[in-house]
Design a protein around this ligand. Structure first.
Ligand code: AMP
Ligand code: MN
Ligand code: MN
Ligand code: MN
Length: 282
């Protein structure tokens, strides 16, 4: 099967490579099986899939759906979805409009802080005219020299409860799982080690709730979480019977995250999402 990466972004959301360029880059990095999982859109999936076929990679359709749980932005990856599913397309089209509406409100917050023109500036970092991400705002803040790096942008302005934060009207984790299932995909809890809850029990409750509403898998290896979290994630997988997944969460070469496929191998011994997708025997 070769190197596996089931979580990556393109310019269809807040990644910096176009879907076809991302597939070629992943291949150069040694990836042999990949999924494109853009935030709240499948706009890049068809092109990525065609390119993967040409390049000889095994391709898994995907999406990363935004949800809200306990005031935190929680992500649910859908793998093996039908990218032409009507309800999925309808819901995600609305979500992209909501992202743009939120971006206007965020720009107003910046203006109140004396930082003008942020909607337009963020837009210059987006390849699409829609689906604006907080990461596009982070890039705008860096370009203007207002912050030194992405982390500072989120710590001061963009993170939950920070100066320019505007909550998006995302649905629940259960809503995302249901949407993914209706589109014939499997639902995977993204980077559980990245959520900074104020109390430990909240992460346990999140994973328990995810499993109870039919969630299928969990990212035990992710470029977005510390490798030291893998052991805890494996405990969740065993306890709740969740299949294990891995992904770099690659966005751009400029980032500090691993390149495609470099996030680390899946530990052996537990059922994998690849097996659930019928792409592997173990
Ligand atoms: P959004 O989906 O528009 O709410 O923006 C969240 C995106 O910002 C994430 O998917 C990441 O790509 C990016 N990001 C980068 N650093 C952080 C951070 N410290 N906290 C949250 N998101 C971050
Ligand atoms: Mn992102
Ligand atoms: Mn995510
Ligand atoms: Mn992601």
């Amino acid at each position: 099967m070769g190197t596996l990466d089931l979580h990556m972004h393109s310019t269809a959301s807040d990644g910096s490579l176009a879907p076809d360029a991302l597939v070629r880059f992943a291949r150069e990095c040694g990836v042999r099986t990949m999924a494109l999982t853009d935030h709240d859109t499948v706009a890049g999936v068809d092109l990525a899939q065609r390119t993967a076929q040409l390049e000889g990679l095994t391709f898994v359709t995907g999406i990363e759906i935004s949800t809200i749980y306990a005031g935190k932005n929680i992500h649910v990856v859908g793998l093996g979805i039908n990218p032409h599913d009507e309800e999925l397309l309808a819901v995600t089209t609305t979500m992209c409009s909501e992202r743009d509406r939120r971006a206007v409100l965020m720009a107003e917050r910046f203006a109140e802080l004396g930082i003008e023109g942020m909607f337009e500036e963020a837009m210059t970092f987006s390849a699409r005219e829609s689906n604006l991400s907080r990461l596009h705002f982070a890039k705008a803040l860096m370009k203007r020299g207002i912050v030194k790096n992405q982390q500072e942008a989120f710590d001061k302005y963009l993170g939950e409860g920070k100066l320019a934060y505007v909550a998006a009207p995302w649905g629940s984790v259960a809503d995302a799982v249901e949407l993914i299932h209706k589109a014939r995909g499997i639902a995977v809890l993204a980077h559980p080690g990245r959520y900074s809850f104020s109390a430990d029990w909240q992460l346990d409750a999140l994973v328990e709730g995810f499993a109870e509403c039919g969630g299928d898998g969990i990212e035990v290896v992710s470029g977005s979480q510390s490798p030291s979290f893998t052991e805890k994630a494996l405990q969740f997988a065993r306890f709740y019977g969740l299949a294990i997944s891995t992904g770099s969460d690659f966005h751009s070469e400029a980032g500090t995250r691993p390149v495609p496929g470099a996030q680390g191998e899946l530990p052996s011994g537990l059922p994998t999402v690849m097996k659930m997708l019928g792409l592997e025997s173990v």
